[in-house]
Design a protein around this ligand. Sequence first.
Ligand code: GNR
Ligand code: NI
Length: 187
Amino acid sequence: MAILPIVTYGHPALRKKAERVSPGENVRDLVEDMFETMRNAQGIGLAANQVGVLKRVIVMDVSPMEEYKDEKPRVLINPEIISHTGEWELEEGCLSIPAVRDVVTRSENVHIKYLDLDFDEQELEAEGVPGRVILHEIDHLNGILFIDHLSPGRRKFHKGILLDIKRGDLDIPYPVIGSQEEEVRNS
Ligand code: GNR
Ligand code: NI
């Protein structure tokens, strides 16, 4: 078990499309580390891109929220959206973009299929916050961040803090790898 550093805004892994996991591949250790990393950072979802691993793996646990305290932790491997309906606005945040929060409009209900840790196919219909987290995390697997859904005006509003994150000038209360470290390593 290990807490992995979370990659922050500006790191190339956040802009890459993660690859499907092939059945039989061992992702158990990765999943365990992702849960530990997510909980240490007090997040309710995490996509593998956020720990620099380009595989289509998501962990989520919304049970810290009073309204969802009975929800079980979930592992979603190779998730696919079957259908989605409705529309609602919710303020989102992202462990890779700390200190930025803004309202995003997404579908309200989402029907997905995915593989569980035993590579058995599962289906899930989610709404509310669980549905929201699923859509946020599937975006990550496709290299998309929640700020991409904001209007140009709202993005401009966050420009300063985004630059701070990229420069590594922000104090973040959990282990991270910024774009700086990546540049150093590649040079
Ligand atoms: O912890 C998180 N909270 C959250 C709140 C509203 C919408 C989405 C999220 S996911 C986020 C953790 C994260 O960055 N996952 O990628
Ligand atoms: Ni996120």
